[in-house]
Design a protein around this ligand. Structure first.
Ligand SMILES: CC(C)(COP(=O)(O)OP(=O)(O)OC[C@H]1O[C@@H](n2cnc3c(N)ncnc32)[C@H](O)[C@@H]1OP(=O)(O)O)[C@@H](O)C(=O)NCCC(=O)NCCS
Length: 188
């Protein structure tokens, strides 16, 4: 059974091991993932995210396949004035290609609009990150344009593609795939 579970400070070991296992892939696209990454970093990160989750100013969740952590997804800090935020995510390599992340994004977008009062949700992906760009496209997000050299990844600058979904345009269904595009329960 796959489900999203809000991140907990006590999960340091399992998050750290998953991130280290996938580091070569993650550091190509995620600015926080680098070779200096330590267990203490994930300890601090999880403690902060648990606090944010409790205050409902953000929502970070692990994607769990049974008792295996197979990735993570988050609604970043919410801009309360404009009722907007963005989503970030990563997946364990052995879990790619099954629609897991598309389903997890679908769950988080629905949660954001229904239970966090959001009006707008963005996804920003490096232009070269085809797998990541495919996710908002698959879910019917609108591509708004490119932010030039907007992110520093290691020693290079990358352009970011900006995708958005508005509250009034979200029906929670997949637009790009035949058959069902799963969404997953979010444990609260
Ligand atoms: C970005 C990332 C999460 C994408 O993973 P992914 O496996 O391609 O995404 P999904 O889990 O949604 O799976 C989609 C794939 O499963 C297939 N699929 C199978 N069943 C599916 C279903 N029911 N629904 C949707 N897709 C399905 C899709 O066709 C697609 O495969 P394709 O790329 O061969 O066309 C992953 O590559 C990753 O973690 N990358 C490193 C970190 C990263 O880049 N994060 C994002 C920074 S912006």
């Amino acid at each position: 059974m796959t489900e999203l579970r809000p991140a907990k400070a006590g999960e340091v070991d399992i998050w750290f091991e998953a991130i280290v296992r996938n580091m070569d892939r993650l550091r190509q696209w995620l600015p926080w993932a680098n070779l200096e990454f330590q267990r203490d970093d994930i300890g601090r990160y999880l403690a902060e995210r648990e606090k944010d989750n409790a205050e409902r100013i953000a929502l970070t969740a692990g994607i769990w396949c049974g008792e295996e952590l197979c990735g993570a997804i988050g609604l970043h800090r919410i801009d309360q004035q404009n009722r907007s935020t963005s989503i970030g995510y990563w997946l364990e390599s052995s879990r790619e290609g099954q629609g897991l992340m598309t389903g997890a994004v679908r769950t988080m977008v629905t949660e954001g609009f229904q239970n966090f009062g959001l009006h707008r949700i963005e996804i920003r992906c490096a232009t070269g990150n085809q797998k990541s760009c495919a996710i908002p496209r698959r879910l019917g997000f609108v591509e708004e344009g490119i932010l030039r050299e907007a992110e520093r990844l290691g020693d290079r600058w990358v352009d970011l593609r900006v995708f958005s979904m508005l509250e009034g345009d979200w029906d929670g269904t997949s637009t790009g795939l035949p058959g069902d595009c799963k969404s997953f329960p979010l444990r609260t």
